[in-house]
Design a binder for this molecule. Structure first.
Ligand code: SAH
Ligand code: SF4
Length: 373
C-alpha cells in the first residue's frame, strides 16, 4: 500500500448505512452514498475521478479520505471445465482462494470467509491447515468485486455476470459473523450487486447459536454441512458437533426457516466418504432424521487430497446411497466435482500454507479458537 494511503479508509467493504454516515461526517449529502456504491460495485470503478456524476469537489474530498482496495490477486488458474480459481494475497503471507463456476446462464462464486478454519473437520483440507484470521468485510466482498471485474471494466449496471454466491470457500462463515453479514448485505443491496436472498447461500458446519442469531438479521439461503445422521459419527467428522449436537442444530434450522416466512427449503450437505458414512443403514438413519425439516440433500463425493487417508466411494456406492434417499422422497443431488484438475473443488482450498512453522502456529491458534466457539 502507498504510504499516503495509510490514513485513508478503505470503503470497498462499507454497507449503504455506513457509507451514508461517512459522507455525513464529511458534511456531504447522504444520498450520494447510493451513487458511490453503484460506481464501486456495479461498475467496478476504484478511481474517484471516474465517478463523473459526483461534483469535482466531492471527488477531491473522497480522494483525500478514502481508497477502494481489494485483496491482490497472486495467482489465477482456469480449469478445463471453465472453473476459475484465484489465490488472493491478504497480507502477512496469508492467502485465501475463491472459485468461479460457470454453468450455462448461471455463474456461481464460491467465497472464503476466513484464512484457514478453526473447526477442523477430519475430511477438510482447509481445516487441516489450522486458523490464521478472520477476513475483513472488504476482503470478503472484494472477492465478488474482483470476480465481477474479471468480465471487464467498466461494467455496466445491467451486467449480472455472477448470479449466485455461496459462502463455501475457506473458513466457517458463522465464525466471522459480523463481517460476513455485512458483506452479504452488500451482495443483496440493489445499489450494489442486487442478488436475491435465495441466490446468496451461507454454508455452516453447524454453529447453532449463530444460526439463531443470523435469523434475526438475515434471510439468505442456508446450507448445513451435516455429513452424518447421528452424534457418535458426526463427532468424529465435524468436531463442533460435540458442542452443538444434531438435534440442537436442527432446532436452530427450523427456527431460521420459520423466520424466513416463505416456505424456505434448507440444503443438507452430506459428504460421502468410503466406508465411513456411506452405508445404506446410515442412509436410512439420515432419511428418518430429516423428516423433521423441509430440505433437499446434496451428496458430495469426498474429494481426495494428500494429507487425508479417506477415500471417495465407488460410483456404485454413491448411486445406491442416493437412490435410497430418492426412494424415501428426498430431492437428492450429487454434486459434480468441478475444477478438480486445479485443486478448486470443495475441501481442496488451502491457500498457500506450505510453511511448516506457520502451519504449527495456525493449528495451535485453531485449538484456542475452537475452545472459544
Ligand atoms: N465451513 C463451512 C463452509 C465451507 S466448507 C461448512 O463447513 O459448511 C464447504 C463445503 O465443502 C462443506 O459442505 C464441506 O463439508 C465440504 N468439504 C470440505 N472438505 C471436503 C472434501 N475433502 N471433499 C468434498 N467436500 C468437502
Ligand atoms: Fe471449516 Fe467447513 Fe472445512 Fe469444516 S468443512 S474445517 S467448517 S471449512
Amino acid at each position: 500500500m502507498n504510504s499516503t494511503n495509510l490514513k485513508k479508509t478503505n470503503i470497498l467493504g462499507k454497507t449503504l448505512p455506513e457509507m451514508e454516515e461517512l459522507l455525513v461526517n464529511l458534511d456531504q449529502k447522504s444520498y450520494r452514498a447510493k451513487q458511490i456504491l453503484k460506481w464501486i460495485h456495479q461498475r467496478g470503478i476504484c478511481n474517484f475521478d471516474d465517478m463523473t456524476d459526483l461534483s469535482k469537489e466531492l471527488r477531491n474530498i473522497m480522494q483525500d479520505n478514502f481508497i477502494i482496495e481489494a485483496p491482490k490477486i497472486s495467482y489465477e488458474e482456469l480449469s478445463e471445465d471453465g472453473t476459475k480459481k484465484w489465490i488472493l494475497d491478504v497480507g502477512n503471507q496469508d492467502s485465501v482462494e475463491m472459485v468461479l463456476i460457470p454453468e450455462g446462464k448461471r455463474a456461481t462464486l464460491c467465497v472464503s470467509s476466513q484464512v484457514g478454519c478453526a473447526i477442523n473437520c477430519s475430511f477438510c483440507a482447509t481445516g487441516k491447515q489450522g486458523f490464521s484470521r478472520n477476513l475483513e468485510v472488504s476482503e470478503i466482498i472484494g472477492q465478488l468485486w474482483l470476480a465481477a471485474n474479471s468480465y471487464g471494466i467498466p461494467r455496466t449496471a445491467s451486467d449480472k455476470n455472477i448470479t449466485n454466491v455461496v459462502m463455501m470457500g475457506m473458513g466457517e462463515p458463522l465464525h466471522n459473523f459480523d463481517p460476513v453479514v455485512a458483506a452479504m448485505n452488500i451482495m443483496l443491496d440493489e445499489n450494489a450487486y442486487g442478488l436475491s436472498k435465495r441466490k446468496v447461500t451461507l454454508s455452516t458446519s453447524g454453529l447453532a447459536p449463530e444460526i439463531n442469531k443470523l435469523g434475526k438479521v438475515s434471510d439468505v439461503s442456508l446450507t448445513i454441512s451435516l455429513h452424518a445422521p447421528n452424534d457418535e459419527l458426526r463427532n468424529t467428522l465435524v468436531p463442533v458437533n460435540k458442542k452443538y449436537p444434531i438435534q440442537l442444530l436442527l432446532d436452530a434450522v427450523k427456527n431460521y426457516v420459520e423466520g424466513c416466512n416463505d416456505r424456505r427449503i434448507t440444503t443438507i450437505e452430506y459428504i460421502l466418504i468410503d466406508k465411513v458414512n456411506d452405508t445404506l443403514e446410515l442412509a436410512k438413519e439420515l432419511a428418518d432424521l430429516l423428516t423433521q425439516i423441509k430440505c433437499k440433500i446434496n451428496l458430495i463425493p469426498f474429494n481426495e487430497f494428500n494429507e487425508s487417508d479417506y477415500l471417495q466411494p465407488s460410483g456404485n456406492r454413491i448411486r445406491k446411497f442416493k437412490d435410497y434417499l430418492v426412494k424415501r422422497g428426498y430431492v437428492t443431488t450429487i454434486r459434480s466435482t468441478r475444477g478438480d484438475d486445479i485443486m478448486a473443488a470443495c475441501g481442496q482450498l488451502v491457500g498457500q500454507v506450505n510453511d511448516k512453522t506457520r502451519r504449527k502456529e495456525r493449528i495451535q491458534r485453531a485449538k484456542i479458537e475452537a475452545q472459544s466457539i
